[in-house]
Design a protein. Sequence first.
Length: 135
Amino acid sequence: MIASDTGDRSGLVCESAGAGGRSALIRSIIEARGKRILAVSLTVFGLVAVTAMVVSYALEARSHWYVLTFAVACAAASIYAILIRSWPFAAVEGIWCVIKRRSREESTLLGRGSRSHHGPSDAARRAPHRLYGSQ
């Protein structure tokens, strides 16, 4: 039994194995490609989840919908962390998801509508002379 180099990273194949060795080699190459595709897909999923978290967190003050988006993105990041077996990250993202979901419910119940910041009202912006006592 003489081993020959196949020229790829999949290793050595025994020449005496014949067609059975080649089919095992082909199966191992297909499995390796499948694992790489899965790893890349998982990485892209994590990147999208964390990017959505950052963007929605930055825009959170503009609308309560961004708070909801942040909660959903946290849930996605938590799922990603579970898939890569990073339990502390999964726990923290799960907690953030619950906190932000409750925050959105509270802002909706308090009637803040589409705005969660505490700036001047629309009437105050339209009539600035009333704010300063001048007419």
